[in-house]
Ligand binder design. Sequence first.
Ligand code: NDP
Length: 489
Amino acid sequence: MADLDIPPARQLIDGAWVAAADQGELPVLDPATRAPIQPVARARAADVDAAVAAARRAFPGWAATSPTERGAILRRWADLIAAHVDALADHEARDVGKPRSGGRLNMYIAHGIVDYFAGAADKLTGVTLPTRTPDYFGYTRPEPYGVCAVIIPWNVPAVLTAANVAPALAAGNTVVLKPSEIAPLAPFALAELARRAGLPPGVLNVVTGLGPEAGTALTGHRDVDHISFVGSTVTGRAVMRAAAENLVPVKLELGGKSPNVVFADADLDVAIPAIVTSITENAGQNCYAGSRLLVEESIRAEVVERVAAGMAAVRTGAWDQDLDMGPLVSQAQYDRVRGFLAEAPTAGARLVTGGESAGGRHGDGWFVAPTVFDGVDSGMRLAREEVFGPVLAVQGFRGVDEAVALVNGTDFGLLTCIWTSDVSRALRVAADARSGQVAVNQFHDAGVIGFPFNMQKESGFSRGGGYAALREYTQEKAVAVRLLDRPSA
Ligand code: NDP
């Protein structure tokens, strides 16, 4: 990993690794052992000011750089990511606690995203507009916003860095990125590779600090032109309030409570392993995690038994053991998830496998066993709130209408997965589901290029992932021209 070691207690501002202005530091811990990995800088308002100023200085030059050249730099960045997959994956796996193979998968995804926007950079066009007479000419031009603030959480830092930074840069913006201080090493390493790819100083700056310090300094900064936020719904509201104060456009990608909806005619041999993976990948700490299992009553007992067996077989361990699932990321997550595990049985849910007493079985790590609760009622917190852990809530349904009512029965609207061999039924449920994404007979979007990462309701409003993401990082200028000169006949 030596080639991509991150200097301790530093952050990347204006192309240089610098300490916090007040020399403040924060520890990054290994979730499997709680042992410190290395310190990172603790950015406060002065550091955010420096990063925003660097991004502002770099903006005119970067915006004026040919989109083909911007795309070429992004392509070199993508190539460097591909060449450093293992080192990047180790950073992410160690920081977040996910298995090394999970980190590697994330790097392939991050590479694909950067590569996609490298190709898209010089395909961004405006339109010519119809005019009432030939004496007028109208057109639109897509323009970058300027300095974009990007705030991301700890769960999939490399993918979220790529998904937000790559389209922003491709469109000609400069960026100040604030990863979570819990897991900043992969974003730092990606930024270092962008630097090596030829990204000019100040175009991408990365500051690490606490949400209430660095986060609020960034979202409240008067010289930020656009804010992207990924994280919890509660913090999303605070970010939107800060954006309102400065009248800055904001895009929010928030939580989820995604259902796997299993009809009696589903191919269970395909569905069961995917359902298990959907809630145990990254220890359930994904916004789109399949945290609800809605199953037709006639097959409920069989499905619950098979899913529980699959969950019980999930092997947990530290990142470098590279098993199926790691620990939760932090003490706060551990306490939060165990709170749900303690509450659910008292609220009336039936524990099928896992549970509170099965946690903490790997020494000091924040491990929680894959857990299934059956008999969950829509009124329970477990059915409505994001647990962000490997905890599955099972509810039964009879018929399509009841299934759709359950699908739409939470405040979230991220992803709905439908398992059936009846294509008409799948399309009807897909139409009625109030979620930004739907997958049929698979979990998530495998096989589709540029699948928009859309969301509805309290899951936010963002269209990352496809070409539309490039548009999200541009503002459209409309130009109307009156032609005064007429060529002589
Ligand atoms: P947060 O939403 O609190 O944090 C996300 C990012 O925002 C972090 O970089 C954080 O910094 C920063 N931040 C925190 N407060 C502010 C603020 N007031 N202004 C600007 N930025 C801020 O998520 P947590 O990490 O605390 O996780 C809590 C819960 O949120 C999870 O249990 C889960 O339910 C949900 N969550 C959902 C995610 C998703 O992808 N849908 C991702 C992460 C969390 P810092 O890390 O320093 O606090």
